[in-house]
Write a protein that binds this ligand. Sequence first.
Ligand code: FMN
Length: 217
Amino acid sequence: MINKKIYIINGSPRKQWNTAQMCESFANGVKSKGIDTEIIHLYDIDFKGCRSCFACKLKDGKNFGRCAYPDELTSLLEKISKADGVVLASPIYCGDVTGIMRCFIERLTFPFFEYKQGYPSIAPKKLKTAMIYTMNITEELANKMYPDMFNRTEFMIETVFSKPVRIFAYDTYQFSDYDKYVVETFDKNEKLKHKEEQFPKDLQKAFDEGAKMAEEI
Ligand SMILES: Cc1cc2nc3c(=O)[nH]c(=O)nc-3n(C[C@H](O)[C@H](O)[C@H](O)COP(=O)(O)O)c2cc1C
């Protein structure tokens, strides 16, 4: 194994479902090129978003430029900042990435965003980045509704690391048995068809992007 690493962050509470499978596929693509990778499930980690302590911006502070808030996320942030790539994967909840993913983005990026002219990045490494988004709505609807959200979500990632590659799974299958739930707005057969015909292609795209990132780092 070459001594490089890509972290994949799953912002979904479900460890076997759409987002997690996209993470697995990306990881398999990375591994296919002999590069080390690890999937982290954010819901397993006890942490909150930025506390606004500003230790990361304190003049001559021992934690300048890093998030040293003492909780379960801190050691992971340190490891990611020294890695070669980071992938953020999230379902869309109420028109945005999950709350826990937003908390993670605050903690990961804000310490590297220096309050100087032009807001230079002081990240130790310009990591390669990718975003994986999974959502219930169709590609057509997402293209109308979410472009601003994607740009806003990625602004800090791009500013401190690099412009992320985007990988999508639209129109995802949400329930193991649609008959058990009150669902009148989607057709279960259409959902199943999409899952069987399109989702494998989405997984392949994640695999290909994983292999590509591994080659580029
Ligand atoms: C609380 C909640 C809110 C959701 N809001 C949206 C939404 O605003 N737009 C959308 O397209 N899908 C929405 N979804 C559907 C999920 O984004 C979609 O099913 C996703 O692929 C689930 O990922 P998972 O299978 O990894 O859990 C929502 C799901 C939940 C549980």
